[in-house]
Design a protein around this ligand. Structure first.
Ligand code: G
Ligand code: G
Ligand code: MN
Ligand code: NA
Length: 257
């Protein structure tokens, strides 16, 4: 069986799963959000393994299945976030990654409306993560879709911030609410003087532009200390928690406050 055929089957058989990684406020120490991260629970020769999206998302895009898989991700994640609220847990933000192809398709706005409606999740709890690479081809159309999503009450964040081209001009042209400082800069924070300068600059810039910021890939106390000192509001990373399946995440949320 080719990988593309395995992936077609995976979608039908329900072999995709979502993991959730906490996003933590440095002021309160509380979990204020989770990012949904896709995994493929592949069954091969009677054994299960967990495949990273870096391996299968490009293939899903190539074979034209990413729109369908992406809709599944959005629905599954919104249902879960709504379920957490129904359990009485304090409401938190849900961040969902959108690939460039998904965003370029003309029904992303309709898909979001449908999924919010189906799940009953309030739009103010949904944040869509996009990357700069998405903005290349048809930026007018993409900006239009972004404004429509914002009109729904959904928020937008710019993932892997700082790794693309023209980051600064994008920040002015695109209606994003938050930047996610790429983990490569966080990793350089304490090992490389330039890394610290970049993070400080991104934080200063986001403050000037009135954008929220979150640092990704925080793994050490030293990185945390630096980010705190520089006024970074939120972090995500292995230091606080790796991504967990929904059931484990439920336990973590229950014990959080
Ligand atoms: O979780 P992990 O570090 O393995 O994710 C690897 C990459 O896959 C990251 O860039 C992440 O943004 C991306 N990714 C994870 N889940 C999704 C998803 O549901 N949709 C899209 N488009 N990208 C995802
Ligand atoms: O590109 P995006 O930011 O969506 O990717 C998130 C990915 O980063 C997830 O696949 C997640 O597994 C991974 N990740 C989360 N926290 C850490 C961390 O502290 N260190 C590293 N190296 N990766 C992380
Ligand atoms: Mn992301
Ligand atoms: Na990222």
């Amino acid at each position: 069986l080719t990988v593309s055929n395995q992936l077609r089957q995976a979608l039908v058989r329900g072999e995709f799963v979502l993991y959730y990684q906490p996003q933590v406020s440095l002021r309160s120490g509380a979990i204020v959000g989770v990012e949904a991260l896709m995994r493929w629970k592949r069954c091969q020769h009677g054994k299960h393994d967990l495949v990273s999206p870096t391996h299968f998302i490009p293939i899903l895009e190539e074979i034209g299945l990413m729109a369908e898989a992406g809709k599944w991700v959005l629905r599954e994640a919104c249902m879960q976030a709504a379920a957490w609220q129904k359990m009485g847990l304090a409401p938190i933000r849900l961040a969902v990654n959108l690939s460039a192809r998904q965003f370029a398709g003309d029904d992303i706005v309709r898909t979001v409306i449908e999924v919010l409606d189906e799940s009953g999740l309030g739009p103010e709890w949904l944040e869509l993560e996009i990357t700069e690479s998405l903005m290349f081809d048809d930026s007018e159309r993409i900006i239009h879709a972004m404004h429509e999503l914002k009109r729904l009450g959904v928020s937008l964040s710019l993932d892997d911030f700082g790794t693309g081209y023209s980051s600064l001009s994008y920040l002015r042209r695109f209606p994003v609410d938050r930047v996610k400082i790429d983990r490569s800069f966080v990793q350089d924070l304490t090992t490389n003087a330039g890394g610290a300068d970049i993070v400080r600059s991104i934080l200063a810039l986001s403050q000037k532009l009135g954008l929220a910021a979150i640092a990704e890939g925080v793994e050490t106390e030293a990185q945390l200390g630096y980010l705190r000192q520089q006024g970074c509001a939120e972090i995500q990373g292995y230091l606080f928690s790796p991504p967990f399946p929904a059931e484990e995440m439920t336990l973590l949320l229950r014990s959080d406050r």
